[in-house]
Design a protein around this ligand. Structure first.
Ligand code: MG
Ligand code: MG
Length: 247
């Protein structure tokens, strides 16, 4: 069941999303060769708590980190730890903020030091995928239109579009209906109504679209070990516009 949100509740999710954006900007300044993903996690937790909010992913389904940090071939759900970032890495940072029960969700993949040009191209294209997905997320369009827009751009560039994980409804919980795939699909395909709040999150690989789950039961990696990128925003659908809530 899709839980549409009132205008007031969307504004509360937006407040949560603003703290998320500030957290992302704070971490961006810290990301450099030598810092560990565990240090980033600790910094994020302290920053979020200083804003009187909670890291929504901490203990969610047993997840041990306050944020997800996914390096290189890691697609999503990487657990922060001792790994130190190196020059030429990319690190996907995925953050959920719980502000008095209102949840926002956003992710960004950062370059660490100087990265290869083909990896930069992947990041640029994945940003374009997210932008296209957000443009397709309009009142009365169907959920499938988002996936089509994302897929077309990634596919034209020859990249693999991850199918095993999708965007989702968000706001009252970390994961709500509907599922928002990054590819066109058959089946239940609702039109977007006013008050719909969804996280759109293309996960795009330089290589193939297959992924595996590591033995830690969280980290998702590309099967061919190719580099992966992940960008995400939480957006709200209104009759006359779509608003990004995580800025
Ligand atoms: Mg996320
Ligand atoms: Mg998400």
């Amino acid at each position: 069941m899709i839980r549409l949100k009132s205008y007031d509740d969307i504004m509360r999710i937006k407040e949560s999303g603003h703290i998320l954006y500030e957290t992302m900007c704070y971490l961006e300044k810290l990301i450099a060769p030598g810092i560990s993903t565990g240090e980033l996690d600790k910094e994020a937790r302290n920053f979020i708590q200083s804003k009187k909010a909670k890291p929504a992913f901490l203990n969610y389904g047993g997840f041990p980190g306050s944020i997800c940090t996914s390096v290189n071939e890691e697609v999503i759900h990487g657990i922060p730890g001792r790994r130190r970032l190196r020059d030429g890495d990319v690190v996907g940072v995925d953050i959920g903020i719980d502000l008095k029960g209102f949840i926002s969700d956003s992710a960004k993949t950062f370059a660490v030091g100087k990265i290869a040009s083909d990896v930069q191209q992947l990041l640029d294209t994945t940003v374009k995928c997210l932008e296209a997905g957000i443009s397709a997320a309009k009142f009365n369009n169907r959920i499938k239109d988002i996936g089509q827009a994302v897929f077309d751009i990634a596919d034209a560039a020859g990249y693999g579009v991850v199918r095993d994980y999708c965007g989702h409804g968000v706001g009252y919980g970390v994961h709500e209906s509907p599922s928002v795939p990054n590819y066109p699909f058959r089946g239940t395909n609702p039109r977007m109504k006013e008050g719909l709040v969804i996280a759109i999150e293309p996960m795009i690989n330089i290589g193939g679209d297959d992924v595996d789950l590591l033995e830690d039961d969280w980290t998702v990696v590309t099967r061919d070990k190719s580099i992966s990128a992940h960008f995400e925003h939480t957006v709200a659908i209104f009759a006359d516009r779509t608003e990004i809530l995580t800025l």
